[in-house]
Design a protein around this ligand. Structure first.
Ligand code: GSH
Length: 347
């Protein structure tokens, strides 16, 4: 499998962090399903651990759903807020706890589960790593229920291998009906180049750019991330407008679309406020808005996430546990994603 992930340079990472820049770390587990002899592609053997508010996990739940892998790859969902300071094991960790009550709704969240794959019913994602001597703590995790080992914790690799191995992994969708997110044929080499270029722009300017804007504590770093984010959105708006193409590379939904969606889905209801990305809404970009609605309507996409989890998770402790209730106009989200006609051009 070719290299999938676009990673931040780790050069001077400690000094950059000390200066207030948000610098994303590197994923430590990087086996490839179907290529590493320890991890053959088989139906019913693998499991994913996710948090629905996490956009990297959203890539994984999207790929699992659009490729028809819901029945053959099992999944556990963490509560959207990390553990609290008084947690008996560790604070600020992802927790599999279906009994936890969300402050937004005053109820438990029906998508949340316990930990069902290791056989040890761990409560914290951190404990899954500790069982392998690792001090990482992130989700998503692709886990092998047979050997009880982590396969990989890199979302870019997970979506690429789900696509490449969809049939062997037990997809419920026949080959000729299933989207091919990253076609492997010789003729598709130019398309792969286009996807790779888009992935790079989308990761730097948008997916990770949103975090750089929202989580850096330095005004200049925030401002540069804000500018790059909206510049990239304008480029993508123009790309879609150029020939009214339905998807970023043309007529079919590919990995580039899949990787853009988690950020744009969160933009109006969450990132506009939380990541200080209040330059414009996606609603203000008519082609991007219609693109979000088009992707949202694809089978499995609406079910791949929950804005309740996103809002609860992103507006957590740093927002005093009070979750903003909007947007209300032109209508509440995600219902708005059923209305491509709402698009306005007010940038
Ligand atoms: N490279 C990883 C990044 C995943 C990531 O940063 N996940 C965040 C949640 S959005 C996380 O779990 N961070 C560690 C922590 O919160 O303890 C991927 O794309 O799979």
């Amino acid at each position: 499998m070719t290299k999938t992930s676009i990673e931040e340079s780790q050069q001077n990472a400690a000094a950059r962090r000390a200066k207030g820049e948000f610098v994303r770390g590197i994923s430590g587990f990087r086996s490839i399903l179907g290529e590493d002899p320890d991890f053959p592609a088989e139906a019913g053997r693998y499991h994913v651990f996710v948090a629905l508010n996490c956009p990297w996990c959203h890539r994984v739940t999207l790929a699992r759903n659009v490729l028809g892998l819901q029945d053959s790859i099992t999944m556990d969902v963490a509560f959207p807020s990390r553990t609290t300071e008084d947690d008996p094991i560790a604070p600020n960790r992802w927790e599999f706890n279906p009994d936890r009550v969300a402050s937004l709704t005053g109820t438990t969240l029906r998508e949340c589960t316990g930990e069902t794959a290791t056989g040890q019913a761990f409560r914290l994602a951190k404990q899954i790593y500790e069982a392998e001597g690792s001090d990482e703590a992130s989700v998503p995790i692709l886990y092998d229920k047979k050997t009880k080992r982590i396969v990989t914790n890199e979302s870019a690799d997970i979506i690429r291998m789900f696509n490449a191995q969809a049939r062997a992994l037990g997809s419920s969708i026949p080959d000729d009906k299933r989207p091919d997110l990253y076609p492997q044929s010789d003729e598709a080499a130019p398309l792969r180049d286009v996807i790779d270029t888009l992935n790079q722009q989308i990761y730097v300017g948008i997916n990770n750019g949103a975090y750089k804007a929202g989580f850096s504590s330095d005004q200049a770093i925030y401002a540069a991330a804000f500018t790059a984010y909206f510049d990239t959105l304008s480029k993508l708006e123009n790309l879609l407008a150029s020939d009214n193409r339905p998807f970023l590379t043309g007529d079919t939904f590919t990995e580039a679309d899949l990787r853009l969606f988690p950020t744009l889905y969160r933009h109006d209801p969450v990132y506009y406020v939380r990541m200080k990305l209040n330059g414009a809404r996606i609603l203000d970009y008519p082609h991007l808005w219609r693109w979000v609605c088009r992707v949202y309507a694809l089978p499995g996409v609406a079910d791949s996430n929950s804005l309740i989890h996103c809002r609860q998770g992103y507006f957590g402790r740093s927002w005093n546990n009070v979750v903003p209730l909007g947007p209300m106009r032109p209508m509440p989200y995600p219902d708005a994603y059923g209305h491509p006609d709402l698009a306005t051009d007010r940038r």
